[in-house]
Each structure stands twice: as structure tokens, then as C-alpha cells.
Design a protein around this ligand. Structure first.
Ligand code: NI
Length: 260
């Protein structure tokens, strides 16, 4: 069994064929979907997926760094309200994005610190977005490190040195479609990393693996990433699936709150 630890299946890009997308994933052996939140607009569609696919879709709660703008305190207050209201499998996705816009970098850091503190308070893992900002994210985590702080560097595309720092902090690395890109670089790093530190993801609808690069990504393609990882590590697909799924389940816990 495979799981997709990071997929935005609730977005409009899937509104015409969501049941088919889920069916294709399950047929490919991808049986669980962990849904990172973005901001106030995505909460309802995300929770609707949990209702429609109980035991398969597990929502997270958090504020995405690209949604940290003027008025972000209100967005954070809403995240806090939801965390107090019901269980979630993680706080995510949170972190820093230095790629799209540097206007709100300070606010991004403030939102990140706040949500890391909540993760410790609620004893939840965090799912980190670190586009063009891995070093700063690592620095902040080294500063905020505390017993119980754990999570995933989602869409990890860093160097071996950065990977080791993340693993030393107790974090897992989320490996997705970039592993199949010719110029992705992460295919050079992954063979050096212990399987115990890796989980699989799509980040659907973004970052589809080869041969679908540039097209809409979907959770069934986790299998393509798993096959590539097996190939790079000289393991069977079965071994990769068993290990990465166990890593994800250990992190997210046995999420028995479906339909809550
Ligand atoms: Ni994402």
C-alpha cells in the first residue's frame, strides 16, 4: 500500500472528475490522502473530502506561507479556532516561500513560529513548505527545536547536507515528482538517504512526474515516484511502499477521527 502525504485534491482543478481521480489512485495502490490546508478558502472543500471519503482523506490545518499577507493575523486566528474545535493529522502546510514574493518575509516567519508553537501545544507534526528557503527553515527549526517537534519537509529538493540537517532535527523528507526530473538534482541525493527518513507525495495538482511533467498531477502518480525511488535505491516497489507508508503512519498516527 502507498499513501500520498501531500495532495491538494480539494482544489477546483479536480472538481470535474474527483471520484475518478480517487479511483485511479486506489487502483494504483495509493490508498490514503493527506490534505494540507492553504488558507480560509480551502478549509470547507478540504473537510468536504474528508466527509466524502472517510478513512481515506485526512485533513491538516495551517496557513500556507504564500497566503501570509496583510491581515494574516485573522487567518491565523481561524487556524487556531479550528485546532481547538476538532482533530487534524498535522499542522500544514506552513513555512517560508522566498520564490514568489519577498514582501511579507517577516510575517511569514512570525506565522511559522506561531504555528510551530501550536504544533507543540497540540502535539501534532508539521508539514513544511520551504521553496527557496530550506536554510532559513532549518535555522528556525534548530532555534525552535523541542521534544515532540517533528514533521515533513514537503517537496524536499535540497542538498545532502541540508537533508542531513533535517533528519538530525527528526524530520522526514517528502519526495515527489521532482525525483523524476532530469534536472531535479534530488535523484543524486536520495540514494544516500535512509529509507526511514522518506515519505512519498505528489503535491497534486502541481509538479507531475515524468512522463506527465507540466500536466495536472494526481495522487495515482505516487506510484511513479515510488518506482523511481525503488530503482535509485536498488529495492523492490514493495519494499519502498511498505517502508514509506510505515514512516507516514508513524508520523501522522492512527487517524481514527474520520468523519469527526
Ligand atoms: Ni502543497
Amino acid at each position: 500500500m502507498l499513501v500520498d502525504t501531500h495532495t491538494h485534491l480539494y482544489l477546483d482543478r479536480f472538481s470535474n472528475d474527483r471520484p475518478d481521480v480517487i479511483r485511479r489512485a486506489v487502483e494504483a495502490g495509493v490508498e490514503r490522502f493527506y490534505l494540507p490546508n492553504v488558507d480560509r478558502r480551502t478549509i470547507e472543500p478540504m473537510l468536504a473530502m474528508e466527509r466524502d471519503y472517510p478513512g481515506r482523506c485526512f485533513p491538516m490545518m495551517g496557513l500556507h506561507p504564500c497566503s501570509v499577507q496583510a491581515g494574516f493575523q485573522e487567518e491565523l486566528a481561524l487556524v487556531r479556532e479550528w485546532l481547538e474545535r476538532r482533530p487534524f493529522c498535522a499542522i500544514g502546510e506552513i513555512g517560508l516561500d522566498f520564490y514568489w514574493d519577498l514582501t511579507f518575509v517577516e510575517q511569514q516567519e512570525e506565522a511559522f513560529r506561531t504555528q510551530v508553537a501550536w504544533a507543540l501545544e497540540f502535539d501534532l507534526p508539521i508539514v513544511i513548505h520551504s521553496r527557496d528557503s530550506i536554510d532559513r527553515n532549518l535555522q528556525l527549526l534548530e532555534e525552535l527545536a523541542a521534544p515532540g517537534l517533528r514533521g515533513i519537509f514537503h517537496c524536499f529538493t535540497g542538498t545532502l547536507e541540508q537533508a542531513r540537517r533535517a533528519i538530525d532535527l527528526g524530520f522526514l523528507l517528502g519526495i515527489g515528482g521532482v525525483l523524476t526530473f532530469k534536472n531535479g538534482g534530488i535523484d543524486q541525493v536520495v540514494p544516500e538517504l535512509p529509507l526511514e527518513a522518506l515519505v512519498l507525495e505528489t503535491d497534486a495538482p502541481y509538479l507531475a512526474p515524468v512522463p506527465y511533467r507540466g500536466k495536472r498531477n494526481e495522487s495515482a502518480y505516487v506510484r511513479i515516484v515510488a518506482e523511481k525511488l525503488a530503482d535509485l535505491k536498488g529495492l523492490s516497489l514493495e519494499e519502498v511502499a511498505t517502508a514509506t507508508t510505515a514512516n507516514a503512519e508513524k508520523l501522522f498516527g492512527h487517524t481514527t477521527f474520520a468523519g469527526a
